[in-house]
Ligand binder design. Structure first.
Ligand code: MLT
Length: 400
């Protein structure tokens, strides 16, 4: 009999968004007459189609794959040089210098933030904010690692800061934050970098929502802070920036300066380890997708993405306006596509989930799914259409 990884007994039965989908399906089956009225503002999935640059890139790459002269088979596991250069150029235009050799192309920040746990031994202290994107917690739990939580609360605007009494080895940060929409400023990120350098910790920085930052003084990358290249790995993707949730493209930056001493005294480079891991377990993102992604990173490509982002941010404005009108406290919605609000009438978040689904057929994400500090909060996404978002908030307005 195989001995199973019993750490799986310690994770929730199903992944948060799978559980939401299951509950919505059950509601549809029990209320078929209401199924058509459901408005989904739960999972952060985009509704705008791919941009012109992305679509043209996809077509061109498919045509190349159709003839022997330009056909390509296996590509470099780290990603083609042309797309790593395109990512580096995108960073450069945002005022940040990143070595293309440090950039690894993949199929999603979810996979990379999950897979990176393999590089860290079991006895590390893993510091994770709560509320948090569930992938960081689930993957470390599956691996049997010890997680220490730091609280994100209304008091600290959902932006936990370093605590010198906690000695962390690996720190997860996400800014703009999923789920709270809160965004660290440069001084706050500097405090995290200083903490990591002082404690020889590594920061795993998820910047998947950087393109939604509208206030120019807010950092869009951990590398906006001096010294971060000595202590931070950054994950980003085109899922939300360019609507690639179904197309799949991400990039992870592992600077060559991240070198640590192994127990036998040898030097281990995280970049080399990640390269080794990826070349063993991953055969790369499809050429077609990488080519299209490179078109997205051009100035014209990004201009088109920003038009879609403005569209979503208009939805965020509509959601925020309704919450303000109801005097419901919230964060996010300015530099982030997510709005995180206090459940009205003292409700708990799963209770509110059911209440909204049953009464107004609006699906959101219960804060409890992101950790204990989310018990009385709820997340709405602005990735819907204008029409549906407006309709959802009109129903919400009438309900409360
Ligand atoms: C979310 O809705 O929080 C995420 O976008 C879903 C995911 O990436 O897993």
């Amino acid at each position: 009999m195989p001995k199973l990884n019993e750490n799986y007994l310690n994770v929730q039965d199903s992944y948060l968004f799978a559980e939401i989908a299951r509950r919505v399906k059950a509601y549809e089956e029990s209320h078929p007459e209401k199924a058509g009225d459901i408005i989904r503002l739960g999972i952060g999935d985009v509704t705008r189609p791919l941009t012109k640059s992305a679509v043209e890139g996809l077509h061109k790459a498919v045509d190349e794959q159709a003839v022997p002269e330009t056909f390509r088979g296996y590509g470099p596991e780290q990603g083609y040089a042309f797309v790593r250069e395109a990512v580096a150029d995108y960073y450069r235009r945002n005022g940040i210098s990143v070595d293309p050799e440090a950039i690894f192309i993949s199929d999603g920040a979810k996979s990379d933030t999950g897979n990176i746990t393999e590089l860290f031994a079991k006895d590390n202290v893993i510091l994770v904010p709560d509320p948090v994107y569930p992938v960081y917690v689930d993957t470390n739990t599956m691996d049997g690692k010890q997680i220490v939580y730091m609280n994100g609360t209304e008091e600290n605007n959902f932006l936990p800061m370093p605590d010198d009494s906690v000695k962390a080895d690996v720190i997860y940060l996400c800014s703009p934050n999923n789920p709270t929409g809160a965004c660290y400023n440069k001084e706050q990120l500097r405090a995290w970098v200083d903490y990591a350098l002082k404690n020889e910790a590594v920061i795993l920085f998820d910047s998947a929502y950087e393109a939604f930052i509208s206030e120019p003084e807010l950092p869009r990358s951990i590398y906006a802070v001096e010294g971060a290249e000595k202590c931070a790995i950054e994950f980003c993707s085109l899922s939300k920036t360019a609507g690639f949730t179904g197309t799949r493209f991400s990039y992870t930056v592992v600077p060559k300066q991240l070198v640590y001493t192994a127990s036998d005294g040898r030097q281990l480079s995280l970049r080399d380890m990640w390269n080794r891991r990826q070349s063993t377990k991953f055969n790369g993102t499809p050429y077609i997708i990488q080519y299209a992604a490179a078109q997205v990173f051009t100035e014209q490509g990004m201009k088109e993405c920003m038009e879609n982002i403005s569209y979503y941010m208009e939805n965020a404005r509509v959601i925020a306006e309704t919450l303000r009108k109801k005097n419901i406290p919230f964060t996010g919605g300015v530099n982030s596509p997510y709005i995180w609000f206090k459940c009205p009438n003292g409700m708990e978040s799963w209770e509110l989930f059911d209440y909204l689904l049953e009464n107004i057929q609006v699906v959101g994400t219960p804060g409890a799914g992101f950790g204990v500090n989310g018990k009385n909060h709820f997340r709405l996404t602005s990735f819907g259409t204008h029409e549906k978002t407006k309709e959802a908030m009109e129903r919400f307005d009438k309900l409360f």
